[in-house]
Design a protein around this ligand. Structure first.
Ligand code: ADP
Ligand code: MG
Length: 697
C-alpha cells in the first residue's frame, strides 16, 4: 500500500466508508493522511476529578457508571446525565440539556473521553461538566494506544465517520503505507530544519510525548510547519514556473524613445507621486522587454492607478499598437471612456468606447474601426474579450479588476491577442497573502501613496435616531456648493428589489427631505442611457444629491462630491464600505463618510469600528480577511483561490512569504537540472489541477 492507493483498500474502510470519503473529496491514502486534526487533547496527563476547578476546560477519561434522563430542578427541560468514574476512583456528572437522544449512545461499562468546561453545581456542591464533546472508547480496542494515554488528535467527522474512527484509520495508514522519497527538496528541508515527510505526518497526527500543546494549537510544531511549508512551497513553485514560462514566451518589445517619453509627460494633468513614478518605471521596463508583461498594479482607492495605466497605454500607442481597457461594470467603463478621451484625444489618439448603450449598427461600425486599427484605444466591459471583437494590432490590455476576473479569462485573452502585455489593476487592495496566491503568477507593483492635498475623510457611524441631523448636514454641505451620495444597500441579493428600495429612498429624499435640491437616482435596473444621463448630470454638478445603489462602488470619480451617506451600513462588507467611502475625499474640500446603522450585530460593529479607525485600504483588507477568512474574502463564488489542506492564509502569512522566496530561488537557480525536472513533474502530477495551475511546465 502506498500513498496513491485508493482509500477503499485500507483495512477498516470498506465500500460504504469509501463512498463517504469520496463524497468529501478524499480518494487516496494520501488524502486521508493530509486530513489534519482541528485540535488536540492531552490525555496523557489527566487531572484527577478532585483537582478539576470550575471554569477550566478539561478532558476527563473514565468508565460510565450510569446514564439516564431526568427532569431538571431549575427548568422544565429534561437533562441527560452520565456519571463517570475516573482512575482516581472519584465520579463526576456530565450533563446535557435536552439530551434524550444520547440514550442510544451511552451505557454503563463504556470507557469514554469527555472534553468541555468544568462548572460548579451549587445544588450538588460539586463540579460537573456541561455539554462536553464525547468520544466512546472501547476498553479492548487493539489501537487503544492511539486514543488514550497520549496527546490525542481530534478530527472533524467526515460524514458519519467520527473522530475515533478517523484516528484509527489514520494510525493504520501511517503504519502500513510505504512512503516514497520526500518530494520537498532536501536542500530546502535541511536549510530550514524541516522534518522528513513521513516523520512530519506521524508527529502532526500523533504528537510525541512532551510536545508543547501551545505550539500544537498554533500549528507551529516542526511537523505542522513542515506540512504548511510543503503546501505553500509547491503552490509557489507552480506559480514561479508559470511566471518563468510566461517570460519565455514571445512578446512585444515596445520602444521607449524620447518622443514617447515626452508624450507621456505631456498628457499628465498633474505631477505624479513618487509611487506612481515607481510603478510606471516598473511597467515601462516590462514593456520594453521582448517578453509579455504580466503585472498587477495594486493601490488603494484614489491612489491614482488610472493615470499610470494611461501612461502605459501611451508607450504602446507610440509603438504603433492598440490598447484595450476593460472595466468590471458598465458605469466604470463609461467613466474610463470619458477620462481617456479627455487625456488622449488632445494628443491625437482615437478612443472608442464599446459599452452597452450603443445601438447595434453603431457597434458594428465601431468594431470595424477597431479591426482596421483606426481606433487606437478601446474601452469596454469584460465583454470586450468574450465577444467577437477583433483587433488590428493589440499590444496592451489593461484590466481594471474587481476580483471577478478569473485566471481562465486571462488565458482566453492571451489566446486571442498576439501575446499582448497585460496590466491588471485591483479595484480594492488585497491582503498580500491573497495576492501572492491568487495573483501569484503576476509581478506586482504597489502604489502606496495618495496624491498630495487630500484631507483625510471624517468617518462617523450614526444610528437612525439621528437621521434628521445627518440629512440636514447633507443639505448644509450642498449649500456650500458640494455634492453628496446616498447609497442604499442590496435587498436580499435581488437587484429588482434593491432598485425598488433605492427608488423609494429617492422619492422620499427628493419630495420630503430635500424638496429644494436636485436629487438624482442611479441603480442597476436603469437602461444604459438613463444610467449615463444620471452619471453625467452628477458629474457636471447639476445633480446635487445622488441616490444610488452600490453601482457607484467602483471607480466613480467626482471630485466635488464631499459627502457619502451609506444607508444601513451594517449590511455592507468591509471592502465595499471602503470602496464607497473612496468616492469622496477626491478634491481639496474636507469630506465626510456617514455610516447610518440600524441594529448592527457583532461582526457588523467590528466592520464599522474598523472604518472609523482607519482609512488605509491595505489595513482594512487585512482586517476583512481576519473577520471573514480567506474563503469568504472574495465572496462566495471566489475564483481560483486554492484550497489548502493544512495551511491557512490568515494564520500562516509569514510561512507563505518564506515559501515564496524559497520557491522563486529554487525555480530560478535550481540545484540541478534533474532536481528541477523532478519538481516540475511532481507539481504537474499532484498540484496542477488542485491549484488551477494551468500548464506549469
Ligand atoms: P484609483 O487608483 O482609485 O483608480 P484614480 O486613478 O481614479 O484612482 O485617481 C483618483 C483621483 O486622483 C483622480 O481624480 C485623479 O485624477 C487624481 N490623481 C491621480 N494622480 C494624481 C496626482 N499625482 N496628483 C493629483 N491628482 C491625482
Ligand atoms: Mg480606478
Amino acid at each position: 500500500m502506498d500513498l496513491d492507493t485508493s482509500i477503499a483498500y485500507l483495512k477498516g474502510v470498506g465500500p460504504n466508508r469509501a463512498k463517504v470519503f469520496e463524497s468529501k473529496g478524499l480518494f487516496t491514502v494520501e488524502d486521508l493522511l493530509y486530513t489534519m486534526p482541528f485540535r488536540y487533547e492531552d490525555r496523557s496527563n489527566l487531572k484527577p476529578i478532585s483537582q478539576l476547578a470550575p471554569g477550566e476546560t478539561a478532558t476527563l477519561v473514565g468508565e460510565v457508571r450510569s446514564a439516564g434522563s431526568f427532569g431538571s430542578r431549575s427548568s422544565r427541560a429534561r437533562i441527560f446525565e452520565v456519571r463517570v468514574r475516573d482512575a482516581s476512583g472519584a465520579t463526576m456528572a456530565a450533563k446535557w440539556f435536552r439530551g434524550d437522544y444520547l440514550q442510544r449512545i451511552f451505557e454503563p461499562g463504556q470507557v469514554v473521553a469527555l472534553y468541555g468546561k468544568i462548572e460548579w453545581n451549587r445544588y450538588e456542591n460539586g463540579v460537573e461538566i456541561l455539554h462536553p464533546e464525547y468520544e466512546i472508547l472501547s476498553a479492548d480496542d487493539e489501537q487503544a494506544a492511539l486514543h488514550l494515554g497520549r496527546i490525542t488528535p481530534i478530527y472533524r467527522a467526515v460524514g458519519k465517520i467520527n473522530t475515533r474512527a478517523l484516528r484509527g484509520l489514520i494510525g493504520r495508514a501511517l503504519e502500513t503505507a510505504a512512503f516514497p522519497e520526500d518530494p520537498l527538496p532536501e536542500a530546502i528541508r535541511r536549510r530550514m530544519a524541516l522534518p522528513e515527510r513521513a516523520r512530519a505526518l506521524w508527529d502532526a497526527h500523533f504528537p510525541p510525548e512532551g510536545t508543547d500543546l501551545r505550539l500544537l494549537a498554533a500549528c507551529r510544531t516542526p511537523a505542522q510547519f513542515r506540512l504548511i511549508m510543503e503546501e505553500f512551497f509547491f503552490l509557489e513553485c507552480g506559480l514561479a514556473l508559470k511566471r518563468r514560462k510566461a517570460r519565455a514566451a514571445p512578446g512585444i518589445a515596445f520602444e521607449l524613445n524620447d518622443r514617447a517619453r515626452d508624450r507621456i509627460k505631456r498628457i499628465l494633468p498633474f505631477k505624479p507621486t513618487n509611487a506612481q513614478k515607481r510603478a510606471l518605471g516598473e511597467i515601462a521596463q516590462d514593456m520594453a522587454k521582448p517578453t509579455p508583461m504580466n503585472r498587477l498594479l495594486q493601490g488603494d482607492v484614489g491612489s491614482g492607478k488610472t493615470i499610470v495605466a494611461v501612461q502605459a497605454a501611451v508607450i504602446a500607442l507610440e509603438s504603433g499598437y492598440q490598447v484595450a481597457l476593460m472595466a468590471p461594470t458598465e458605469i466604470l467603463a463609461q467613466q474610463h471612456y470619458y477620462n481617456l478621451r479627455k487625456l488622449l484625444e488632445p494628443a491625437g489618439y482615437v478612443v472608442a468606447g464599446l459599452t452597452g448603450s450603443f445601438a447595434k449598427s453603431a457597434k458594428t461600425k465601431l468594431k470595424r474601426l477597431i479591426a482596421s486599427g483606426l481606433a487606437h484605444v478601446v474601452v469596454g466591459t469584460h465583454a470586450l474579450i468574450s465577444k467577437d471583437v477583433d483587433f488590428h494590432k493589440l499590444g496592451l490590455i489593461v484590466i481594471d479588476e474587481q476580483h471577478r476576473f478569473g485566471v481562465l479569462q486571462r488565458l482566453e485573452l492571451l489566446r486571442k491577442g498576439l501575446h499582448p502585455d497585460v496590466l491588471v489593476m485591483t479595484a480594492t487592495p488585497i491582503p498580500r497573502t491573497l495576492s501572492l496566491t491568487l495573483y501569484g503568477e503576476l509581478d506586482v507593483s504597489v502604489i502606496d501613496e495618495l496624491p498630495p492635498g487630500r484631507t483625510p475623510i471624517v468617518t462617523r457611524a450614526r444610528d437612525y435616531d439621528h437621521v434628521e441631523r445627518v440629512y440636514s448636514f447633507v443639505a448644509q454641505q450642498v449649500g456650500e456648493g458640494r455634492q453628496a451620495y446616498v447609497v442604499c444597500p442590496l435587498v436580499e441579493e435581488s437587484e429588482s428589489k434593491t432598485a425598488k428600495a433605492a427608488t423609494e429612498t429617492w422619492r422620499q429624499l427628493s419630495e420630503e427631505v430635500f424638496p429644494e435640491l436636485k436629487v438624482g437616482l442611479l441603480h442597476g435596473r436603469m437602461t444604459p442611457s438613463d444610467k449615463e444621463a444620471a452619471m453625467e448630470s452628477f458629474q457636471s454638478g447639476e445633480t446635487q444629491v445622488l441616490v444610488s445603489t452600490t453601482v457607484v462602488e467602483v471607480g466613480v470619480d467626482v471630485p466635488n462630491a464631499s459627502v457619502m451617506v451609506i444607508e444601513h451600513a451594517e449590511n455592507f462588507g468591509l471592502a465595499q464600505l471602503h470602496q464607497l467611502r473612496g468616492r469622496v475625499g477626491r478634491g481639496a474640500a474636507q469630506s465626510y463618510c456617514i455610516l447610518l446603522t440600524g441594529g448592527a450585530g457583532e461582526a457588523a460593529r467590528e466592520r464599522i469600528a474598523a472604518m472609523e479607525r482607519t482609512q488605509d485600504g491595505f489595513e482594512i483588507a487585512d482586517i476583512d480577511l481576519q473577520l471573514r477568512g480567506p474563503g469568504e474574502f472574495f465572496g462566495v463564488k471566489q475564483s481560483g483561490l486554492p484550497e489548502f489542506r493544512v495551511a491557512n492564509l490568515v494564520r500562516d502569512r509569514e510561512a507563505l512569504e518564506i515559501a515564496r522566496n524559497e520557491a522563486t530561488a529554487f525555480v530560478e537557480t535550481p540545484p540541478s537540472r534533474e532536481e528541477l525536472e523532478k519538481l516540475v513533474s511532481y507539481i504537474r502530477d499532484r498540484w496542477q489541477r488542485r491549484y488551477g495551475l494551468v500548464q506549469v511546465g
